[in-house]
Ligand binder design. Sequence first.
Ligand code: GLA
Length: 384
Amino acid sequence: MGAQRVAERFTELYGAAPQGVWAAPGRVNLIGEHTDYNDGFVMPFALPHQVVAAVSRRDDGVLRLHSADVEGGVVELAPTALAPGGDAEWTAYPAGVVWALREAGHAVAGADIHLSSTVPTGAGLSSSAALEVVVALALNDLYGLGLRRWQLARLCQRAENLYVGAPTGIMDQTASACCEPGHALFLDTRDLSQHQIPFDLAAGGLRLLVVDTQVKHAHSGGEYGKRRAGCEKGAALLGVDALRDVPYDGLDAALAGLGDEEEVRRLVRHVVTEDQRVERVVGLLRSGEVRAIGPVLTEGHVSLRDDFRISCPELDLVVDTALAAGALGARMTGGGFGGSAIVLTEVTEVDTLTKAIEEAFAGAGFTTPRVFEAVPSAGAHRLD
Ligand code: GLA
């Protein structure tokens, strides 16, 4: 939704024009899945879908929230009302950001906020990170906090981990805060160092499709946390700080050292090979070999399906159908257990592939998936 419409709605709701309008995007992850909480590498890019927020400061500490996408009126939270774990609604994300800023000692009083989003929810496209980041950026500007993008991402992650209660890594918030148009973000999640890698699909006659399976997922549920705990156990058994520290060429020895811990062995194998896949994709993109990343993406899917075990029949059907119909590569993206897959394809094959996937879903009795082309877009920014 345009900045002007969001500002007008704000004015209707709160009786005065907003002091500014900001936007933050959702993301897809090209490669590097479940590596971020292992201090590893990730490579997301921003989607054109975004959360737009019209915001004004309030000096009385009160937080007023409204969303165009949720039924119901303005939610008003008193300064003392912000407490971790107490809110299971969408309001926990913006409230969590205010809480995290205050906890970190930043003088943030209150705010009036109206939000409108085009990021599909529960689709593995980071609608919640976009919501957190747009609020953090707006408050950073309005309160003159002077925080850098990576610092905002860290605070948003704290909001998600501690206030909302989802034990996620740092990828999604950093993607939303730091991505640039036409680029994928190569991020080292250990020190948050970043490289913008040109990712020009159109120049190579290629497209990247996002296939939202419509299978909803949530990371505050147990499976994400179990994988994370399993990875931490692996690191402890191997005597390293994080699985990032297991070198790819030392993987066989590391796996052998895990004794009868079969489940941990599979998790470790995924993480270590996935970090190496990110480095391979970075190398290929840097040398202009965009087509050649296809098989690496597919390898990533196989690893997530068989070793990390977080795929589902719908995601596997997208990947299998796309590959059988001539895609260059395909994999699930995001946290798993539903959500979206990505498909790398020649532009000439987009219609054929889309039809093949839709027919396969109809044949399997699954809900019709939503298919769209992803163009690497801008990270969070002020609109007005
Ligand atoms: C979710 C989390 C991220 C990351 C991915 C898996 O999107 O929010 O931190 O762990 O899953 O790569």
